[in-house]
Design a binder for this molecule. Structure first.
Ligand code: HEM
Length: 270
């Protein structure tokens, strides 16, 4: 038997590099992440400072505090070196050191919030314009069957359904719903934000949202939805694996292709 006959040689796998996420989408996405982080953080500083109680508001659920007092201002441990970041406050005429403080930071929260708002709005506007002009919106806008199929995606993720539900394009139908939903929530954030930022100049907008208190309520719960999206999104990214994450950075995916004797021959001929 001929030891060099091609049928005896182990056939190496063939891989192709495929374009997946466009450059613009990746830029808009990765700019958005730290911007949203700063918006949520500074928003919480404003929220915690906005209280009839002196200094700060404690988050409550049915009237009970969700976090202990130390969450808002934890003391530094005795071994904490002074050169590491900390917060100092005078308590009973004595300086007291804290790891950080979420109290009394209204002005700081406001200036970060109103500065980063511009990046959030401009980046969002450019992202939506790009989606429309490039036709990329087709990849993320839900279709008629998306609701039914996204339930199947969840059941598949929970391992209740074995067969992976169909997807049209790079995103499954649950992703389509989530990605379009998060854009709508972003728009709602901006509208409700303007309504509570300029309730006099934009009084028509505040009235449209049901008044100042209602606009504040919408703004807060839209933020909570963004946080919920973030937790599920990152969990899905981890679950889907490294290749997908890498593609959101480089724009490319590596795919294994099925090797047939024909493809080998044409490879040899080339
Ligand atoms: C609040 C912050 C975030 C928001 C609002 C967000 C939103 C989105 C949206 C809308 C898309 C679809 C983009 C498109 O094709 O137009 C997307 C994709 C993606 N995001 Fe995020 N994202 C956030 C944070 C993150 C973080 C922290 C990570 C990394 C851990 C991440 C990893 C990814 C990946 C890998 C994809 C591609 C998914 C795929 O191809 O299946 N995202 N994200």
């Amino acid at each position: 038997m001929d030891p060099h006959s091609s049928s005896d040689l182990a056939q190496p796998d063939l891989y192709v590099v495929k374009k997946k996420h466009p450059l613009a989408i990746r830029w808009f996405h990765w700019i958005n992440f730290p911007v949203i982080f700063t918006m949520v953080w500074s928003g919480l500083l404003i929220f915690w400072a906005n209280s009839s109680r002196p200094g700060y508001a404690r988050v409550t659920l049915f009237g009970h505090p969700v976090f202990p007092k130390s969450f808002y201002q934890p003391s530094v441990p005795s071994w904490w070196p002074k050169w590491l970041p900390h917060d100092t406050e005078t308590v009973n005429n004595q300086p007291k050191l804290f790891l950080y403080s979420l109290k009394y930071r209204l002005a700081e929260g406001m200036y970060w919030h109103f500065f980063f708002f511009w990046f959030f709005a401009i980046n969002g506007l450019l992202y939506i314009s790009y989606l429309i002009l490039s036709g990329e919106w087709r990849k993320i806008v839900p279709q008629k069957k998306s609701l039914a199929l996204s339930i199947k995606v969840v059941l598949h993720d929970l391992r209740i359904l074995k067969k992976e539900p169909e997807k049209d394009g790079i995103y499954n139908h649950a992703q389509r719903l989530a990605y379009t939903g998060i854009i709508l929530i972003g728009i709602l954030m901006i509208i409700s934000g303007v309504a509570i930022y300029k309730p006099t100049q934009a009084s028509w907008l505040t009235a449209l949202l049901g008044g100042y208190v209602m606009a504040k309520w919408i703004h807060f719960w839209a933020t909570m939805l963004i946080c919920a999206f973030f937790v599920v999104h990152v969990f899905q990214v981890i679950k889907t694996g490294w290749a997908n994450f890498r593609s959101m950075i480089t724009g490319h995916d590596i795919e294994k292709v099925a090797v047939t004797s024909n493809s080998r021959e044409s490879e040899g001929a080339a």
